[in-house]
Ligand binder design. Sequence first.
Ligand SMILES: Cc1cc2nc3c(=O)[nH]c(=O)nc-3n(C[C@H](O)[C@H](O)[C@H](O)COP(=O)(O)O)c2cc1C
Length: 187
Amino acid sequence: MKSSKKVLGIVASPHNSGNTATLVNEVLKGAEERGYEPDLKCLGDLEIYPLITDASDKPYGVEGPRDDMTSIYSSLEKMDALVLGTPIYYDHVSARAKIFIDRLIYYNKESTKNRFPKNVPAIIVIAYEWNKPDAYGSVVEWIKHTLEAYFKMKVVASLHAENTVKNPVANREDLLKKAREIGRNLS
Ligand SMILES: Cc1cc2nc3c(=O)[nH]c(=O)nc-3n(C[C@H](O)[C@H](O)[C@H](O)COP(=O)(O)O)c2cc1C
C-alpha cells in the first residue's frame, strides 16, 4: 500500500504560535482533509546556519554546516506539497526563510540533485504589520520565481495576512477559512 501524500509546512518565524504559524497550520489542516499527512517544521526550533566556505566544492565554493537542516532535507525529499510561510521583515522574507532557501543549494550538487522531488505544488504564506492588503506582492513574486525557476516547483496559491499586529490572524475567521480552503484545493 502506498503511504499517504505528505505536505511539508515551513514556518520561517521565531513564533511557533504566531501569525505565520497559524496560517501555515490552517493550510495543513485543509490539506489533511484531502488525505495529506502534515509535516510541520518551525525553523525557530531548529539550528540552521548560513552557508560556509568550502573551496573544494566547485563552482560556488560553499557548503552547508552540519546542523538541523539535515532533518529539513529529509522532509523535503519526501514531500508531495510545500507550504512556505514567512513574516515580512524590512520589506522582504525573514532571515530564516532566506537561509532555508540558500541551503537548498545542496540540491545543486550532481550527487543530490535528483533527490529533490519534481513538479511539487507550493503555497506561499506571508504575514506583516502594514495595513495594506496585497502589499509585498513583489516578495511573493520573488519566492514564486525562486521555487519555480530553481526548484521546478509550481506555486498554486498564496495567502497574504496584513495588519497582523493590531489584528492577529488567530482572530480572523475569514483568513483562517481561506487558508483551509487553499489546503483543501491541493489535489
Ligand atoms: C525585524 C522585524 C521587521 C519587520 N518589518 C516589517 C515590515 O517591513 N513591514 C511590515 O508590514 N511588518 C514588518 N514587521 C512586522 C511583522 O511582519 C509582523 O509582526 C508579522 O506578523 C510577524 O509574524 P509572526 O507572528 O509569524 O512572527 C517586522 C517585524 C520584525 C520583528
